[in-house]
Structures are given as C-alpha cells and as structure tokens.
Design a protein around this ligand. Sequence first.
Ligand code: SAH
Length: 214
Amino acid sequence: MSFDADAKMQFLFALRSHGVTDQSVLQAMEKIDRGAFVKGYFNERAYEDMPLPIPCGQTISQPSVVGLMTQALRLTGREKVLEVGTGSGYQAAVLSQLARRVYTVDRHRRLVADARKVFEALDLSNITAFTADGSFGLPDQAPFERILVTAAAEDPPGPLLAQLRIGGIMVLPVGQSDTVQHLIRVTRTEQGYEYDELRPVRFVPLVEGLAKDS
Ligand code: SAH
C-alpha cells in the first residue's frame, strides 16, 4: 500500500478524531510514511490507527498515541530530545520533524540497525540511534529538553528525571502491570518535578539490560 492522498486523508482523520489537534504534529505525521517502518505482512495495515507487530516481539505504537505523546511534549523545534524505545523508528522520525536533534535508544541491536537504515533512506539526518539500556538515559548527551519513553516502567526512572533539563518535559507510560498504565507528563521546574496524568495507555514493558540478541 502507498501513502497516497486517500490513505493520508483517512490517517489524518483518525488522528484528529482521537484528539491530535496540533497542526505541526499533524503535518509531521502526514510527511513521515508509517509504511516505511512496518515490514512484511503487516505493511498492508500501516495506515490504520492500530499498533502492529515489529521484529523482536515488539510493537509499533498506534498512530493516534504517537500523535498524542508528541503533542504532549510541546516541541518548538529547538530541542534536543531523547527517545527511549526506538522500536521501528517511526516515533523518532516524527520527532525529527519537530525538534533540533533526536537521540533514540533500544535494547535490541537488530531494531536499532533496521531503524538506522530507514532513517538513512528517508534522509533524516538529525536522528542518532544507539543500542543501550534506556533506563539509564544517555549521560554523555544529557541534559535533554525533552524525553519520551515508549515502554512502560513502574515509576519514572531516576536517571531520566536527572537528565531532564530544568524547564524540560518528559512523557512516559507508567503502570504496575501491562493492563493498567497511564501516560504521565513530568515537567522539571527550579523547585522539582510536576506530574500530570494524561490518559490510560498500553505499552510493552521497559526491560532492564540489553536484549540477548544484542
Ligand atoms: N517507539 C517505537 C515503539 C516502541 S515499542 C516505534 O515508534 O516503533 C517499545 C520499545 O522499547 C521496544 O522496541 C523495546 O525493545 C524497547 N525497550 C524496552 N525496554 C528498554 C530499555 N530498558 N532500554 C531501551 N529500549 C527498551
């Protein structure tokens, strides 16, 4: 399937009807072809508003959730952003349109290698992808103006809170189990951290350490 005018219209309609209203986020998602990040059998369904399987037993998030998380980051175009959980690379590609520089990490070497190929093919030169345990952040590149975590932790990981610049925003799913999770926005102020609960979500878990295949 191709991201033609009809596919785009339906895709954008689903995003808007789920509350993605930020014009710059909609434009970025219209530009980045999700089909480039979904290989094989499920490529047919790349423009539907649903999560889909990717290699290593992981998932590419539902587009409307990608849109809502991106919108919650309130990007201005000047930020250095860390994404934890590269997966297919789709979310990082959307962020690359709205931020100055994107660092993305995944614990699966194979996912990082595949995502790098797509970034290169699409000429998204402001993304750097690493294989790493993202719960420790990226100390060498810190601090970040924005952090987005796309796997669910029980609590916001301490190193990520520490690597958020004052005035910065982190968006992440938190929850005790894989059935009850909430999307949280953390804002770092001079005094500490402020937390907003955004909406219920369902993500794969944040897992410690590099994957065995890495
Ligand atoms: N953002 C992705 C979807 C992420 S799925 C996309 O746009 O396609 C969640 C990803 O988090 C998985 O690829 C999983 O391998 C990764 N992950 C889980 N725990 C991690 C950790 N501790 N460090 C880095 N990546 C992790």
